[in-house]
Design a protein around this ligand. Structure first.
Ligand SMILES: *Cc1c(COP(=O)(O)O)cnc(C)c1O
Length: 414
């Protein structure tokens, strides 16, 4: 057996076998791609559980999971099996035909939500939000409602519809103005929300905790108030759970911590465990806002992505990962909170979805120092480091990061 065949069989196709060095790949990346991302610092070639390896053979503990996506970690046997079997059976059907995995997935999501509703399957978070936005527009037109409310610093995606809901001026303003009347309120301020939402408001778009803003949770009671404001005025409460759902906070959906039910829910990221998929769920009457012909997607409901999502949901349930996330997240948060360091102000978030908050804007330096120490974290904001590892990350692995973190911080302050 040749060396190459052996490596492929064992699933360990390393960077050396691909032939290109990290340095040359980064150079070629820069030349071939648009400059919108800059050049990322590491070339990843493979993963196993919560570890990934770069093109030079260095191992990292992956504490960012491809932006809260790789919920089962890397190369999870359940995901590999589900995707491999489905791609070898029927890779695509389009919305002209029904496939079984998409039906099973929609039914499964509704049963986890415990509320009657209807599902639309898309390919990304942004597309899930586009679906929710079109539902809000249609609902507004049929009920004489003219505007939408969203939160300052919120993130809902980069297409023009989702971008018009995104409350971060630096990424929105240069592509505006947008044709929708979207009014922004400070996140977490129930009084401001009450003031902004009238009977002319079609929908309120909110994240259960603001992810890209730096894992910023709202004050207790905010979502109870938001639900009540929407009930009184008749505005749809749309929860963008693209980053927060599928076990990330220790519940299937973050809003289940608050005991409220949204009208519309959007999902993506962790749902497919690395395969591209998004979902928009209309709960109750919102499930039938669209009529035949109102929306669609060629790839939406793709059986391979749906099979991947089913494997993710099955594994979370079978392996008790919701409880594990609560326990691991508590240990991680308590461990960070216990570190006394001049660069560390504290920790916020819930479950395996946390931000280490710094005393100054040094998150990029902390990310780089962590990388040198063998840990991948993300400078989500200038002063906040996001930690969102795979849901399967062990307590020992979390302990290894907690042990290393003070020295990582000290490398930055040195
Ligand atoms: C990532 C994210 C999106 C966009 O999802 P994409 O899959 O990148 O299109 C939208 N909303 C929230 C809250 C997100 O975290």
């Amino acid at each position: 057996m040749s060396e190459v065949t052996g490596a492929i069989t064992s699933g360990h196709l390393g960077g050396d076998l691909l032939g290109a060095s990290a340095a040359s790949l980064k150079e070629r990346f820069e030349a071939a791609f648009m400059p919108n991302y800059g050049v990322p610092p590491v070339v990843l070639v493979r993963g196993e559980g919560s570890y990934v390896w770069d093109a030079d053979g260095r191992r990292y503990l992956d504490l960012i999971a491809g932006i809260a996506v790789s919920s089962l970690g890397h190369r999870h046997p359940a995901l590999v099996r589900a995707v491999s079997e489905q791609v070898g059976t029927l890779a695509h059907s389009s919305n002209l035909f029904v496939n079984e995995p998409e039906v099973l997935l929609a039914e499964r999501l509704l049963s986890l939500l415990k509320v009657p509703g209807r599902v639309f399957l898309a390919n990304s978070g942004t597309e899930a939000n586009e679906c929710a936005l079109k539902m809000a527009i249609k609902y507004g037109r049929t009920t004489g409602r003219k505007y939408i409310v969203a939160a300052e610093n919120g993130f809902h995606g980069r297409t023009l519809g989702a971008l018009s809901l995104t409350g971060k001026a630096s990424i929105r303003d240069q592509f505006g103005p947008f044709p929708l009347d979207v009014r922004f309120v400070p996140y977490g301020d129930a009084d401001a929300l009450k003031q902004a939402v009238s009977q002319d408001c079609a929908a309120v778009f909110l994240e259960p905790t603001q992810g890209e803003a730096g894992v910023v949770p709202p004050p207790a009671g905010y979502f109870t108030a938001a639900r009540e404001i929407c009930d009184v005025t008749g505005a749809l409460l749309v929860l963008d759970e693209i980053q927060s759902a599928i076990g990330r906070t220790g519940h299937w959906f973050a809003h289940q911590h608050d005991g409220i039910v949204p009208d519309v829910l959007t999902l993506a990221k962790g749902l497919g465990g690395g395969m591209p998929i998004g979902a928009c769920v209309g709960l109750g009457d919102s499930g039938t806002i669209f009529a035949k012909g109102d929306h669609g997607s060629t790839f939406g409901g793709n059986p391979v992505s749906a099979a991947a999502a089913l494997a993710v949901l099955d594994t979370i349930e079978r392996d008790g990962l919701l409880d594990h996330v609560s326990e691991a997240g508590r240990r991680l948060a308590e461990g960070i909170a216990a570190i006394r360091h001049p660069l560390l102000a504290g920790v916020r978030g819930r479950g395996l979805w946390l931000a280490a908050v710094l005393t100054r804007d040094a998150a990029a330096d902390v990310q780089a120092a962590a990388q040198r120490a063998g840990f991948l974290v993300n400078a989500v904001q200038p002063g906040a480091v996001r930690i969102a590892p795979p849901l399967v990350t062990t307590l020992e692995q979390i302990g290894s990061f907690l042990e290393a973190f003070p020295a990582i911080l000290s490398e930055v302050t040195a």
